[in-house]
Design a protein around this ligand. Structure first.
Ligand code: FEO
Ligand code: CA
Ligand code: CA
Ligand code: CA
Length: 662
């Protein structure tokens, strides 16, 4: 007989009140410190951050990047290998999603003008990507510090050479002037959330790569109908200038490659395919600092938020859940062909090739009766072949590179912006945040363009009339969850775990009954610790008139707990759980104009890491007067500090050295 499942932990901290302070506020009995922030040097030989933007572009190959986002803790053994149960020494991998406003890494923000300054763009290219830093517990405590100069410390940037791996390696649609054989490319970009593997590697996911990719006017006339259909579906129409305009910084290949347009005779002569080289899951071996990261094409191409593994079971396939974070996009699942063998722990990218280069990609359909189906994205099945009128597929590489078009054909469910996922270690159920969607319209409305009416899995349309900001659609978001069918890889049962809302919203908006101690909007980051405590982080535009973004802790039940409620303005049945102070509680509030994102915990649960991204992003700076929308992280210890706001990783510990959250 199997052992009874361990009980869920109890929340054991006083709730933190909503606030708009320029500080990280944690519960009484807890303390915070800063692990690293934008521009901190990873090695000796580079000066410390000077707060004037004078650091060289080149030095960012060795400095902490900008826009801290997803991350993961890998325990490090004395021999320099992966040690999953180690808490006092590890490698912390952190995504650096993008260069955030007000662009404090430059001397006085981003220089104006139609053409970008080459030195600025070069610095931005190196400030994107991923950092790997060795981290060590402080002697006699549970706090952590970065080990400057560690041989494991590494930056991966938007210029780092990477391999293509899996079914799309070598595909013509991935060929560029850099690699005419489509076996390599440069850079990982706009890395939002993440994942990790049971063999001890980091997965980083490419989300808003359109930030840096442009396309020339008239380019459509030089393309096939299929290419134009693919570019349209992935959001790159002709005459589209990226917000960052990297391609305008000069003719050097470092800059020109961001123009995804036909300029040469063949795809091997230009960068028409740059867009297709992003949107992937990239595997990094943090224990091998010289290893070449691999873009794992079997997991599909879309605006990858993250890649969350189910707990690995020996003799069973490796399963990875993924979200495509754009309005009305899909949720995916990858199931490996190879079966998990614990002997592969520590085998790095060799194990990655075994488990992640061959397998089956599925996309989710959520039925109104609470059942769901995983639809297989395989060339030659389900009409994914040359007969598909919207986009005739030629092979599996074509299906993977154009996963969104394949998912369209199968009738997958268009979701309210899938952000992070997490798997409950106590019962295997999967949770995913649906952060918000301004493209939902009322059931009675006639949708236009990309608008959609509510459905069972995305059931809300309302107008948020609270506070100074008013938004329509699903402004506060929700968290969906599902339980896989024990007998079938393609079936699941789902319900809605929690609906975001302000506590003073009407009952048909505040469907989970949130109160002052746990109300939130726009769930984004999500993480189950090994005890089964769920952590929810927010990146909000609808509630920031009342409070800065936050992180909550929760002890959820299971699929089916929710009961039913009537849909706002509609007839669909909404399944959702209710929240009490005992089941959902606010753990921290961040500084001004930030998002709280990225979370990792040591295996002993005594050290928690989270990221503050883009503090002060909404306010125009006055560089000469040192006047900014936020002065964090300096403000954490000196409220009079007039220092530039910086994205950073924060360490949370209990003053008594105990476990976090309980
Ligand atoms: Fe980078 Fe979907 O948040
Ligand atoms: Ca996110
Ligand atoms: Ca509001
Ligand atoms: Ca944000």
């Amino acid at each position: 007989t199997p052992a009874p499942a361990p009980a869920a932990p109890k929340l054991g901290f006083p709730a933190v009140a909503k606030n708009k302070n320029d500080l990280v506020t944690v519960p009484e009995g807890y303390q915070v410190s800063i692990l690293h922030a934008l521009g901190d040097p990873l090695h000796y030989g580079d000066e410390s951050w000077k707060d004037d933007g004078s650091e060289s572009a080149d030095s960012y190959k060795r400095r902490i990047g900008d826009g801290h986002d997803g991350m993961y803790w890998f325990g490090l053994s004395e021999a320099g290998a992966y040690q999953a149960d180690r808490s006092d020494r590890g490698l912390l991998c952190v995504n650096h999603e993008y260069v955030v406003a007000p662009y404090g890494l430059h001397p006085a923000g981003r220089a104006a003008g139609a053409a970008r300054n080459a030195a600025e763009v070069e610095k931005e290219i190196y400030a994107h990507g991923v950092s790997v830093a060795e981290v060590k517990r402080d002697a006699g405590g549970t706090g952590m510090s970065m080990v400057r100069g560690s041989r494991f410390n590494r930056r991966i940037t938007s210029a780092t050479v990477m391999d293509f791996a899996g079914p799309a390696r070598g595909a013509a649609m991935l060929a560029t002037k850099f690699s005419g054989t489509a076996t390599q490319t440069r850079g990982t970009n706009n890395n939002c959330a993440n994942g990790y593997t049971p063999w001890g590697t980091y997965l980083t996911c490419e989300e808003n790569y359109l930030n840096v990719i442009s396309r020339a006017a008239g380019d459509e006339a030089l393309r096939t109908a299929k290419e134009n259909a693919s570019l349209a579906r992935y959001g790159l129409p002709p005459n589209r200038k990226s917000p960052y305009l990297w391609e305008t910084a000069g003719s050097d290949d470092l800059f020109a490659r961001w123009n995804s347009s036909v300029t040469g005779a063949t795809a091997a002569d230009d960068y028409r395919n740059t867009i297709n080289t992003f949107g992937w899951v990239v595997e990094i071996d943090p224990f091998a600092p010289d290893s070449v990261p691999a873009k794992r094409t079997a997991l599909g191409r879309f605006n990858h938020e993250g890649a969350w593994p189910a707990p690995a079971v020996a003799g069973k396939p490796v399963v990875i859940y993924q979200g495509d974070d754009s309005r009305n996009e899909y949720i995916y699942k990858f199931v490996s062909k190879a079966l998990w063998d614990t002997a592969d722990v520590g085998k790095g990218l060799t194990a990655g090739a075994k488990y992640l280069d061959e397998g089956t990609l599925y996309v989710a359909r959520f039925n109104a009766d609470g059942s769901g189906e995983w639809l297989e994205l395989a060339y030659g099945k389900n009409g994914l072949d040359g007969t598909n009128a919207a986009y005739p597929f030629v092979d599996q590489a074509d299906v993977l590179i154009n996963a969104r078009l394949a998912a369209d054909k199968l009738g997958a469910t268009k979701m309210d912006r899938p952000e992070w996922g997490a798997v409950n270690p106590l019962n295997g159920e999967v949770y995913m945040t649906l952060t918000n969607n301004s493209n939902r319209v009322a059931l009675s409305a006639t949708p236009s363009g990309s608008q959609l009416k509510p459905d069972a899995a995305n059931p809300r349309y309302y107008e948020d009339l609270k506070g100074t900001t008013s938004q329509k659609g699903n402004p506060n978001g929700h968290i969906i969850r599902w339980r896989e069918d024990a007998a079938s890889v393609t079936k699941f049962a789902w319900d809605i775990y929690l609906f975001g809302a302000q506590s003073d919203a009407a009952a048909d908006v505040n469907l989970s009954g949130l109160s002052d101690v746990n109300d939130f909007s726009s769930p984004d980051g999500l993480y189950f610790d090994k005890r089964g405590m769920l952590w929810v982080q927010t990146d909000d535009g609808a509630y920031t008139d009342v409070t800065n973004c936050m992180m909550l802790a929760a002890v959820p039940g299971k699929v089916g707990d929710g009961g039913a409620a009537a849909a706002a303005g509609g007839t669909a049945t909404i399944k959702g759980a209710s929240a009490t102070a005992d089941t959902v509680r606010r753990f921290l509030v961040g500084p001004k104009e930030c998002e709280i994102t990225g979370i990792a915990m040591t295996p002993d649960h005594k050290t928690l890491f989270f990221n503050v991204q883009h503090p002060g992003e909404d306010s125009a700076p006055d560089w000469a007067a040192k006047s900014y929308g936020s002065y964090w992280p300096a403000s954490q210890t000196d409220t009079a500090a007039k220092k530039r706001p910086r994205s950073a990783t924060v360490v949370v510990t209990r003053k008594d050295g105990g476990e976090i959250g309980v």
